[in-house]
Design a protein around this ligand. Structure first.
Ligand SMILES: NC(=O)c1ccc[n+]([C@@H]2O[C@H](COP(=O)([O-])OP(=O)(O)OC[C@H]3O[C@@H](n4cnc5c(N)ncnc54)[C@H](O)[C@@H]3O)[C@@H](O)[C@H]2O)c1
Length: 256
């Protein structure tokens, strides 16, 4: 993809799943990647994987719900790599919190903080650094459940809907600054998040994933690498006239 080589990317939630796959893909495309996660061991492991692939990466410990930690993380990336071109917001949680009657206040607050406030914070501290570097791009990971109802996940659905309109707001606000802001909307994707949400393992997990794939016209869950490919495209210069787009990467899920 055009333009990714030597650029500097901050990827939150890069210790697992879609963030990890995005770090791998961006490194293969020549980006220097900050592997940002609340779990330092996971961030270090992914940084080691990227380096083993021949890429350049640093692990960065940060809880993306904390203003101080995000500000420090962005500053440490600029210090380590010299500037910042891209922010990818992959950090997210799905707690299986139920509907509004069942959902605890703490699950509501935690979901909104990790999934939405994090994007406000990485934008608050990251976008000035991107502008200082002469422009760049942000990609937010929302979900198809930001557009259609999610059974049993009121906070998750609300958080993903909020990401979609926050993406549009950020895009219009920063277009003149040379910062493009887009979102990807995955359907169910085969990552540790899905396994932990389903709460089963082994054959039961395989069967549960088959059931999740039933409403997907392409007949399977997404691979994390497929979501990463769409993120890399939206960051790249191949997408230089695309901003404010919320791109379903869903095997046709939203068609029905
Ligand atoms: N897996 C799916 O089916 C799916 C579908 C649609 C959207 N998404 C979204 O994609 C994103 C990534 O999901 P995933 O499946 O890769 O999940 P995952 O659980 O595999 O990875 C999420 C990562 O985020 C990190 N994280 C969590 N809270 C954090 C915090 N406060 N600060 C910093 N890091 C934190 C975790 O440590 C973990 O490494 C999430 O926003 C999720 O909602 C996932």
């Amino acid at each position: 993809m055009n333009g990714l080589s030597t650029r500097i990317a901050f990827v939150s939630g890069a210790g697992s799943g879609i963030g990890r796959a995005t770090a791998h893909r961006l490194a293969v495309e020549g980006c220097r990647v900050a592997i940002v996660d609340v779990r330092l061991t996971a961030a270090q492991a992914v940084a080691d994987e990227v380096i083993a692939l021949g890429g350049e990466a640093i692990p960065v410990l940060a809880d993306v719900t904390s203003s101080e930690q995000v500000e420090r993380a962005i500053a440490s990336v600029v210090e380590a790599f010299g500037s910042l071109n891209y922010v990818v917001n992959c950090a997210g949680i799905a707690l299986g919190e139920g509907g509004v009657v069942a959902c605890s206040e703490s699950d509501w607050d935690k979901t909104m903080a990790v999934n939405v406030k994090s994007i406000y914070l990485t934008g608050k501290f990251g976008i000035p650094a991107i502008i200082a570097a002469g422009g760049g791009a942000v990609v937010n990971v929302a979900s198809v459940f930001g557009l259609v109802a999610a059974p049993d996940e009121c906070a998750y659905a609300a958080s993903k809907g909020a990401i979609i309109n926050l993406t549009r707001q950020m895009a219009i606000q920063h277009a003149a600054d040379g910062v493009r802001v887009n979102a990807v909307l995955p359907s169910d994707t085969d990552t540790p998040l899905i396994a932990s949400l389903l709460g089963v393992s082994g054959d039961e997990l395989t069967e549960a994933k088959k059931q999740l794939a039933v409403p997907i016209p392409l007949g399977r869950l997404a691979e994390a690498s497929e979501i990463a490919a769409s993120i890399a495209f939206l960051l790249s210069d191949d997408a230089r006239f695309i901003t404010g787009v919320c791109l379903p990467v869903d095997g046709g899920f939203l068609l029905k």
